[in-house]
Design a protein around this ligand. Structure first.
Ligand SMILES: C[S@@+](CC[C@H](N)C(=O)[O-])C[C@H]1O[C@@H](n2cnc3c(N)ncnc32)[C@H](O)[C@@H]1O
Length: 255
């Protein structure tokens, strides 16, 4: 993880959850879609790699009620500190690369039936090698789900942020290809979630750099972007947009 990304999430950690809890149905809907895509059931051993504060992992634990704790992996101490202390979640301070390479071993014995990587794959430097390593942790009925934004998004960012996002964001098709190369049966599908959010609340999210791409801008550039945003949405006290996520799945092939 670069110093810039570590600093970004170190700063964002305390307010991260506030940004996505304005509509409790949003997190619930995303998690329902995730557990549906992986066909999770209580007997599964589950890991959430790049779990952040565990905002989605908590809901996953509530929905699926797995018999073993969900292993919550993240390299940012301040994010992981927000994971609630509950027997249902087992935090591990590590990156996806650490876990995939075996540098850090996970606290549950045996292979995993389901590995989730939500909105973290863009931070992984060696994506092909890391996905190969994660695939190697799966059981013989294991599956993997990478949830990621596509390269163009509907969030009401200012123009320079959209451009930079597109430059940085990996293509879900490339992630699917990397997963297929590991030998898993890979596919990509898309899910759409509707977001309605007060404009002033969204301004606070921009100020807090709620997306890591906003960390690419200086204070002055961000202020200029927010001014452009305010002008563009001056007649919309409530912003409505569609959040499209790519769900890239990989299933272990039957022997
Ligand atoms: C946008 S947040 C997503 C957190 C959580 N999955 C969610 O959806 O709320 C990205 C997370 O990826 C983590 N991260 C950064 N580099 C990583 C890496 N190399 N491996 C795993 N996670 C990483 C950050 O610490 C941060 O918590």
């Amino acid at each position: 993880m670069t110093g810039q990304i570590a600093d970004h999430y170190g700063r964002l950690a305390a307010t991260y959850d506030d940004h996505w809890t304005h509509d409790p149905e949003y997190v619930r809907g995303v998690v329902r879609a995730m557990s549906g895509a992986l066909r999770l059931h209580p007997g599964d051993a589950i890991a959430d790699v790049g779990c952040g504060t565990g905002l989605y992992t908590r809901q996953l634990a509530d929905d699926v009620a797995p018999l073993r704790p969900i292993v919550c992996v993240d390299p940012t101490p301040a994010m992981l500190d927000q994971v609630p202390a509950t027997p249902a979640l087992r935090p591990v301070l590590a990156s996806a690369e650490d876990v995939a390479s075996g540098r850090v071993s996970l606290p549950l014995p045996g292979p995993f039936d389901a590995i989730v990587v939500k909105e973290a794959i863009h931070h992984v430097t060696d994506r092909a090698g890391t996905l190969r390593g994660l695939a190697g942790l799966l059981s013989d009925h294991g599956r993997m789900l990478v949830v990621m934004l596509p390269r163009t998004i509907g969030h009401p960012l200012f123009a320079a942020a959209h451009d930079r996002f597109t430059e940085l964001q990996p293509d879900p098709a490339d992630v699917a290809e990397a997963i297929a190369t590991t030998g898993l049966r890979a596919s990509v599908s898309y899910r759409t979630f509707h977001v309605a959010i007060d404009r002033e609340r969204y301004v606070r999210m921009l100020e807090a750099r709620y997306m890591s791409v906003l960390g690419e801008f200086s204070e002055a550039e961000l202020a200029e972007g927010i001014a452009q945003f305010r002008h563009a949405y001056r007649e919309e006290p409530v912003l409505r947009f569609e959040d499209h996520f790519a769900f890239v799945t990989g299933w272990v092939r039957p022997a």
